[in-house]
Ligand binder design. Structure first.
Ligand SMILES: Nc1ncnc2c1ncn2[C@@H]1O[C@H](COP(=O)(O)OP(=O)(O)OP(=O)(O)O)[C@@H](O)[C@H]1O
Ligand SMILES: [Mg+2]
Length: 496
């Protein structure tokens, strides 16, 4: 099948066969066409040419309704829940019109059954808009299961889940497989692909490079097929640490907010400080309190040694600080505007001389960043909405790097980006720190936080429980300390 969007050939004569009762991995660089292929399978996009056969029958017309009737369900990369409805209502949405309003008794029973399988522990009566992105992702997964689908396409379903929750999802996949359900698993976590899929299809530039049994692939063979060349995934070397006497660029002193408890930390110019913790441990909330997104109830935030009084994200930006948030789609980009505009929006001053915007300087600066990050397509004038998930992320990165902030908060900077972009982002983090920016780095990938940071704070339940040096500390050590003594165990993390 082929699918074209304007000048982009998103799918170029792609052939794919799915076997009943298999978990089929789908991997490829950002923009390779994975989501597009998933949407064609789910009837959301119509192919320009090609043939589709479903359960042995040639299909001439295929749309979302027909797909659903045939038992084909897609969990899209961009979540599509109804924010005002409750968790349970969303799970059964479209199955039962009567679920709107009060959940009927039998549905409550069905919800409990589903919960037994998933074990996500979501509050069934909470409106979905009150949930974190990770929890919303779980609602999507429950909804797909509620539909008794025969084919489920999961487009990066684990991108906001903890390691523990991902394991549970993999367990669910195995159970689905044993029932004869087919799962198409799109992800950038190659270890998960190798460990959980029966077969893997690698895509590059809208084409299928190959489909092979997972047992015959390795991480290196997948990466090479995805990129067309082998890449080295070693982390770049940290820049030299600033001397301990250097005045901090950003500091928190015994800060309390709704979800942060007595947090003190500081970041010096040129220093990379990591926050390691489980999803839900309060890492993001610490960053939000520091950046002025959440109200600080007591304690102090200091930028450049001065106590911040009227804190707000806007005020922080005005002081030369930047934050790349975790929830990028909702917080970072204006989807219906071009790339160029999205990147330069906060920096128009810099490109103006006496009030006149220098279009040329603007374009040149953005082009350089776009090339370094490998944003594709590299054209600057297309709306951001048509970019693939990972490429939107790179655009957001470019937006904040362009401002050369004095202090930068990165919340999960490599989530959803492909292996090539990952190593580019690592390189950039190290370079901006070497140029004097203080960086606060949050990541669920412990290799990343530990391997890039000078110092790492371990976060649990909204407070910092320990500090370890980045160099010389092993990931196992950090994991052990995060799970140490009492409070939370891996199985109950993030839940009351
Ligand atoms: N609605 C659209 N309009 C125009 N172009 C689109 C649209 N959807 C996707 N594209 C383009 O098609 C190509 C494939 O995109 P797709 O979303 O399938 O990539 P992907 O493999 O899922 O990437 P990622 O890993 O970043 O999610 C990209 O170049 C993208 O910009
Ligand atoms: Mg995608």
């Amino acid at each position: 099948m082929s699918v074209r969007f304007g000048s982009t050939q998103a799918l170029d004569s792609v052939s794919l066969s799915l076997v009943e009762g298999e978990v089929h991995g789908l991997v490829g660089e950002n923009g390779a066409g994975k989501s597009t292929l998933g949407k064609v399978i789910g009837g959301l996009y119509q192919p320009d040419s090609g043939e589709l056969e479903v359960f042995g029958r040639q299909v001439h017309r295929w749309d979302t309704r027909r797909a659903q009737e045939a038992g084909v369900v897609v969990i899209a990369q961009e979540l599509c829940l109804v924010p005002a409805l409750t968790v349970a209502e969303n799970v059964f949405l479209g199955r039962e019109s009567r679920t709107l309003g009060v959940l009927r008794g039998d549905l409550r029973g069905r919800y409990r059954d589903l919960e037994k399988i998933c074990g996500f522990g979501l509050p069934p009566d909470a409106p979905v808009h009150t949930l974190s992105i990770a929890d919303q992702q779980k609602v999507e997964i429950m909804r797909a299961l509620a539909r008794d689908a025969r084919i489920i396409v999961m487009d990066e379903p684990t991108s906001s889940l903890t390691a523990d929750e991902s394991d549970r999802l993999h367990e669910i996949m195995r159970r689905l497989r044993s029932r004869g359900t087919t799962v198409v698993y799109v992800t950038h976590f190659l270890d998960d692909v190798l460990g959980n899929c029966d077969r893997v299809t690698v895509m590059r530039d809208g084409r299928v490079i190959r489909t092979a049994p997972a047992a015959r692939e390795t991480k290196a063979s997948l990466v090479e097929a995805m990129l067309g060349e082998p890449v080295d995934m070693v982390l770049p070397e940290r820049p030299p640490a600033p001397s301990p006497g250097t005045a901090p660029v950003a500091e928190m002193r015994e800060v309390r907010s709704a979800s942060v408890r007595e947090v003190s930390l500081l970041v010096r110019p040129g220093e990379i400080v990591g926050l390691a913790g489980l999803v839900g441990s309060g890492r993001t909330e610490i960053a939000r309190a520091l950046f002025g997104c959440d109200r600080v109830e007591s304690g102090q935030v200091l930028f450049g040694g001065a106590v911040v009084t009227a804190a707000s994200p806007r005020a922080s930006i005005a002081r030369g600080m930047a934050m790349i948030p975790e929830d990028r789609r909702a917080q970072g980009l204006v989807l219906l505007r071009p790339v160029l505009e999205n990147v330069t929006l906060p920096h128009l001053r810099r490109f103006s001389r006496a009030g006149v915007l220098s279009r040329r300087a603007e374009r040149a600066a953005v082009r350089e960043l776009v090339e370094r990050l490998g944003v594709r397509p590299a054209a600057l004038d297309g709306d951001v909405s048509v970019y693939s998930g990972g490429n939107q992320q790179k655009v957001l990165f470019a937006k904040w790097l362009l401002g050369r902030p004095g202090f930068l908060i990165l919340d999960e900077p490599t989530r959803g980006v492909d292996v090539g972009a990952k190593s580019r982002i690592y390189q950039l983090i190290v370079e901006i720190a070497a140029a004097g920016t203080g960086v606060l780095l949050i990541s669920s990938e412990l290799e990343e936080v530990v391997g890039l940071s000078h110092r790492v704070h371990l976060v649990r339940d909204g407070s910092i429980i320990a500090e370890v040096p980045g160099p010389g500390t092993s990931v196992d050590e950090v994991l052990q300390r995060l799970f140490e003594v009492g409070a939370t165990s891996p199985g109950t993390e993030g839940r009351p």
